[in-house]
Design a protein around this ligand. Structure first.
Ligand code: COI
Length: 363
């Protein structure tokens, strides 16, 4: 078993800021592993610090970089738990494969998230809506400008005690000009470049008083795809609808959790083509009673308005019973491990816990 006595003390001096915000403050520790000579080296916890990177590193030029967003929680005085880590590991590897990067072995991934979560145990913010947001990421470091695969990579896990990404209801602006992704591209993986491509629209949305961009499909510009960092759901005639995964949409793990939860509760869930003009009519006729966004960072957020660049706005009813129902069920599982019938909460094993914490923890 690895002991990190030299860095455990860094956590002692770490104070949770108030307000926490989202992704604003990082733990003073990080997990780091290097890939060289065709294999991953064992990772280790280190002090959170700037990275040394050659200016020729491929990630800086050709964008070979992928990431995950995950959450860890703590119930009472038990070991902390992480939400659906295996799904995140599998999705990270799908992203890596698409960008021609080496898979992360399951053991290395779990070491990364487990050690950092274990050492952060006492600094996981306890309120509902708060969590330890984990950000595993991988990038290419070979200093070489040829358009060929890198031979060196780094895998890091950093962590940010956070609140939810977007509290309150959201205003969403329809993007009718630019596209986020196309089938066969990288829209269905978590590549850093997808988020860079959304920034221009995000700035325009913000300037017009909106919180997120609503992306349409790149071919017909008619079907709803997703928001910039979240999936979208609608309640139409009392049943739940979400765009089906066409190949250019990211298959969110929260999206998947909502579908499973909703079906389990007894809602009808349809994954289908959702045309924007039809949705607007359904909002105007009152058939569509709720729209909500979901993602790891945001959880579930109701949408109050969708708008157009020309100033038209379509307003949703203020009550969001379905979104609220699903949100409380999801939070019960995530925060309290209550009725976790899907087995989504993975408890960090004792082997990862720092020795000085073990004696205070009751499982
Ligand atoms: C997440 O929800 O974890 C994401 O990665 C989205 C990001 C925009 C915060």
């Amino acid at each position: 078993m690895t002991h990190y006595n030299n860095i455990a003390h860094l956590m002692d001096n770490f104070i949770l800021p108030k307000p926490l915000g989202f992704g604003r403050v990082f733990l003073p520790i990080m997990f780091r592993a290097r890939f060289a000579k065709g294999d991953w080296e064992p990772g280790e916890l280190q002090a959170y610090a700037p990275l040394m990177l050659e200016p020729g590193a491929k990630v800086l030029h050709y964008g070979q970089s992928v990431f995950e967003g995950m959450k860890a929680f703590r119930v009472n005085h038990s070991n902390p738990h992480v939400f659906r880590p295996k799904c995140h590991w599998q999705r990270l590897n799908r992203s890596l494969t698409r960008l021609c990067m080496p898979d992360i072995p399951e053991r290395l991934f779990f070491d990364g998230i487990a050690y950092i979560t274990a050492y952060a145990t006492e600094k996981i913010p306890p309120e509902h809506g708060q969590s330890l947001y984990l950000r595993p990421f991988v990038f290419a470091t070979s200093p070489d400008l040829s358009l060929k695969n890198s031979t060196c990579y780094e895998f890091l896990v950093i962590a940010s005690p956070s609140e939810i990404y977007h509290s309150g209801t959201m205003r969403v602006l329809i993007e009718r000009d630019r596209c986020r992704a196309a089938v066969g591209g990288t829209g269905n993986i978590k590549a850093g470049g997808n988020y860079a491509a959304a920034l221009h629209s995000a700035r325009e949305s913000e300037e017009k008083g909106f919180d997120q961009t609503l992306w349409l499909d790149p071919y017909s510009r008619n079907c709803i795809e997703e928001l910039s960092g979240m999936n979208i759901f609608a309640v139409i005639d009392r049943s739940i609808h979400t765009p089906h995964l066409t190949g250019s949409i990211l298959g969110g793990i929260t999206r998947d959790s909502i579908i499973q939860l909703a079906k389990n509760i007894g809602y009808e869930v349809t994954e289908t083509d959702m045309q924007i003009e039809a949705l607007i009519e359904q909002i105007q006729s009152g058939q569509c009673t709720e729209l909500f966004a979901c993602g790891t960072a945001t959880g579930i957020s109701s949408i109050s308005i969708i708008g157009e660049h020309d100033g038209k706005e379509y307003i949703l009813p203020s009550a969001s019973p379905v979104a609220n129902h699903l949100k409380s069920r999801l939070m019960e599982i995530q925060h309290d491990k209550k009725d976790d019938q899907f087995g989504w909460c993975w408890t960090v094993a004792d082997q990862y816990m720092p020795a000085e914490l073990k004696q205070f923890i009751t499982n």
